[in-house]
Structures are given as structure tokens and as C-alpha cells.
Design a protein around this ligand. Structure first.
Ligand code: NAP
Length: 292
């Protein structure tokens, strides 16, 4: 068992889109500092983000301002082999073999320029996963001090349980938003509560579709949420985070924005407690029908 409990900030900063933000090194350092000042101290990475480039961009900032490392928790993911100019696979596929997991963890450490990752997640369920062998690799990398905690992302409850049986996992990172509610029904969030593991939530704003979507669901949800947000005197972004935070699994939402003011709107949701009628009003708009 890991010797220190996993402690993430209540809102986590997602780094998937960082390469798109076009920040030079001083601006990247400033962005990280401002994020920390908001109380967001956990940064969610993956080996493949930004076509395998984001961790190195973040690492450049940490090398320029090494004092920041001690103020943050670093999360990464691996297990997806994504085709790219330097990765000429015949197709995208998943790989949780010991050799690949070790290679990617060591690559993330080198790119970030750190000694240890606080948390590593298996990014997607690998149908060829040998859970016992993978757990053995988790133990090795933990005993070498390279990874403190392990988790999974996008697994079914049965896939998560299988891995958890072989090695204790500390979180499940899944999609949840007013536009994507599958996790409410597929057992993932029930399992998180059963195991007392707080889930991490990706794409809390539907990847931006909450604001820009022109499909009927997005239009319905936006209209309903705008009415509630106006009544409560909060922004649509804050309301979306408050909707997620209202779930009893005590989730950690992951931001996706590069704009500090939008991260502040996410943090503002920590002071809002939606009542059940507002929560279900958003659920109803998303489903397109009232509760049965
Ligand atoms: P998101 O917050 O749902 O979407 C972020 C996108 O919405 C950004 O492009 C952002 O643009 C845009 N946006 C935010 N506010 C907006 C507004 N008011 N008007 C218009 N556009 C707006 O989050 P996400 O980036 O999809 O995901 C968050 C994090 O979750 C990722 O960084 C990653 O760490 C993690 N993730 C994990 C998985 C997984 O499989 N485990 C999958 C996806 C994501 P601006 O930058 O301009 O604000």
C-alpha cells in the first residue's frame, strides 16, 4: 500500500490542451503560478497530450522555476499508443504491457524533469491487459519511488474491479458533465462510493460544447442552465462545476481552459451548493424528458 494518502486539490488543472495555448516559457511559469494561487495544485497530464509534447512543455516551465514542483501534485496517464510522425504504428491501440508502462512512466518523469509522479492512471481499458502482471509492474515502479499512487480512467466497473483486486487503485477518472451523464447510470460512480475512492471528472464543460454546441441537447441544457445561473447570480461555468460537485461521490473536476479567469469560475463553484431541484432541472434538460 502507498505510505502517504493521495491528496489532490478540489479542482484539478487539465493539461490536455496546453500546446494549443501557445505560451512561451515565462508565460507558462506565470500560468502555473496563477493556477496555484487559485488553490489548484494538481495538474493532470498524459504521455500523449499535445501529440506527446505537453509534458515536455510543462517540464520546461518547471526547470525555469524549480521551486514550483514542491507546491503541486503531478498526475499522468499512459497505455494508449497513438500514431504520430515519431510513432509509426499501423493504427492507434492500447498497451498495458510491463515494458511499455515502464518506458512511458520513465519518459513522463524525464519530460517533466521530476523524480516521482504522484499518480499514474491507465488511460483506457486494454482488452489484452494481464491484471496480475500489470499489478506487479505497479509494485516495482512504486518501490523504485517513481510513482506514488495508481488509478484508472474510462474503465467499466468490472474492469476497474479486476485491476483493483490485484493492486489498490486510488481513483477512477471518467467523463461527467451536464452533456455527458453516462457515469451516473453505468455503475462507475456507484463503485467509486462503494470503494470510497473520489473520482476525477474530465470534460466538465463538454469540451466547450456547453457554450458552442448547436445540437438540440446542447441548446436545451444551455437555456436551462442560463436561467438557473442568472437566478443564482453565477456564471454558466460555475454552475456546470457546481452540478458536478453536487454528486455524493465527491468528485474532483478537471478544468480544460487555458484562461485563468475560467479556472477562477471553476473554483467559485466550491462555494455553491445546488439544491436537488436545480440539479434535476439540468438532468431533465440533458435527457430531454422528465424523471419517470
Ligand atoms: P472542458 O472544460 O470540458 O473543455 C475545455 C474547452 O472548453 C476549452 O477548449 C475551452 O477553451 C472551452 N471553453 C471553456 N469555457 C468556455 C466558454 N465560456 N466559451 C467557449 N469555450 C469555452 O474540459 P476538457 O479540456 O475537455 O477536459 C479537461 C481535462 O480533462 C483535460 O485537460 C484532460 O486533463 C482531462 N481529460 C481526460 C480524458 C481521459 O480520457 N481521461 C479525456 C479528456 C480530457 P478556452 O481554453 O478558450 O477556455
Amino acid at each position: 500500500m502507498p505510505n502517504t494518502p493521495l491528496a489532490l486539490s478540489p479542482i484539478v488543472a487539465g493539461m490536455w490542451r496546453m500546446a494549443e495555448w501557445q505560451l512561451d516559457v515565462p508565460a507558462r511559469v506565470r500560468w502555473i503560478e496563477q493556477t496555484l494561487e487559485l488553490g489548484i495544485s494538481t495538474f493532470d497530464h498524459a504521455d500523449i497530450y499535445g501529440d506527446y509534447r505537453v509534458e515536455a512543455l510543462f517540464g520546461e516551465a518547471l526547470r525555469a522555476a524549480p521551486r514550483l514542483r514542491g507546491r503541486m501534485q503531478l498526475v499522468s496517464k499512459c497505455g494508449i499508443r497513438l500514431r504520430s510522425p515519431e510513432h509509426a504504428y499501423r493504427l492507434n491501440y492500447y498497451d498495458t504491457s510491463s515494458a511499455y508502462l515502464r518506458a512511458q512512466v520513465e519518459r513522463s518523469l524525464a519530460n517533466l524533469g521530476v523524480e516521482q509522479l504522484d499518480l499514474v492512471l491507465i488511460h483506457r481499458p486494454d482488452y489484452l491487459m494481464d491484471a496480475a502482471a500489470l499489478a506487479g509492474t505497479f509494485r516495482e515502479l512504486t518501490s523504485e519511488g517513481k510513482v506514488a499512487h495508481w488509478g484508472a480512467s474510462n474503465h467499466s466497473p468490472a474492469q476497474f474491479a479486476l485491476l483493483h483486486q490485484h493492486h489498490p487503485l486510488t481513483t477512477h477518472q471518467v467523463e461527467l458533465s451536464p452533456l455527458a451523464m453516462q457515469a451516473l447510470d453505468d455503475g462507475v460512480l456507484d463503485q467509486a462510493q462503494q470503494l470510497a475512492l473520489r473520482p476525477m471528472i474530465w470534460s466538465p464543460l463538454g469540451g466547450g460544447r456547453l457554450f458552442s454546441g448547436s445540437d438540440p441537447q446542447a441548446v436545451r441544457v444551455r437555456e436551462t442552465m442560463e436561467g438557473i445561473a442568472t437566478r443564482l447570480g453565477i456564471s454558466l461555468t460555475t454552475l456546470a462545476y457546481a452540478w458536478i460537485l453536487r454528486h455524493p461521490s465527491r468528485p474532483y473536476p478537471i478544468t480544460g481552459s487555458g484562461r485563468i479567469e475560467r479556472l477562477a469560475e471553476a473554483v467559485a463553484a466550491l462555494d455553491i451548493e445546488l439544491d436537488a431541484q436545480d440539479w434535476y432541472d439540468i438532468w431533465t434538460a440533458s435527457q430531454g424528458h422528465p424523471v419517470p
